[in-house]
Design a protein around this ligand. Structure first.
Ligand code: TYD
Length: 200
């Protein structure tokens, strides 16, 4: 099973990756915990560039998809082939949300890149941690050194959130929306309840 976690910066999704991993391991599954951009040594180097160097939106999109190509070929596909559960912190929905929604880059080009890079491979389940941008911003205020995305304003994150929602409406059966405004324990309970339901 290929599971991804998505949401705007400050939604708190990363906290729940470990709980999901534990849930699967308790059921005897091999779990591969990974993230995007990143997940291989080369892709992690591309991540550094994308998160910290100014560039135009096409360059940014090409770099995240280049990182993804490496990650899909070297980590995700081999893991799925040996029946491991892949838990990935962000995937292509984030590109549609951040480069497409946030930066305003052309969705048609992104859809083409998606097709080239991972053809028919889509996550089996995507948790969308939904939170209003102002709530996420308050949470991010605790972050000392924001990267190029975390430093964006509320309008940027409103566009990111809307683009996630469009993606969800296009493939509703793949997504599970989690109300990330709640306390972490309540969010964790939602996540595990959804996992239980989808895994059976
Ligand atoms: P994030 O997943 O929030 O990691 P951390 O919790 O370590 O900050 O950071 C990744 C950032 O990269 C996030 O701001 C969204 C951005 N991003 C894109 O812009 N496009 C993409 O395709 C992906 C995967 C991430």
């Amino acid at each position: 099973m290929f599971i991804t976690l998505e949401g705007i910066d400050g939604a708190g999704k990363s906290t729940h990756l470990a709980a999901l991993a534990q849930w699967w391991r308790a059921r005897g599954a091999e779990v591969v915990l990974t993230r995007e951009p990143g997940g291989t040594p080369l892709a992690e180097r591309l991540r550094e560039m994308v998160l910290h160097e100014a560039m135009d939106p096409l360059t940014e999109s090409l770099l995240v998809f280049a990182a993804r190509r490496e990650h899909v070929l070297k980590v995700i596909e081999p893991a799925l082939a040996r029946k491991a559960v892949v838990l990935c912190d962000r995937f292509t929905d984030a590109t549609f949300a951040y480069q497409g929604g946030g930066r305003g880059f052309d969705h048609t080009v992104l859809a083409q890149l998606e097709q080239w890079v991972h053809g028919q491979r889509q996550p089996d389940l995507t948790f969308l941690f939904d939170v209003p941008p102002e709530v996420a911003q308050a949470r991010r205020a605790a972050v000392r050194q924001p990267d190029r995305f975390e430093a964006q304003d509320e309008a940027f994150f409103s566009r990111v959130r809307q683009a996630y929602e469009q993606r969800r409406l296009a493939q509703p059966e793949r997504f599970a929306v989690v109300d990330a405004t709640l306390a972490p324990q309540a969010v964790a309970a939602q996540v595990l309840a959804i996992m239980q339901e989808r895994a059976t």
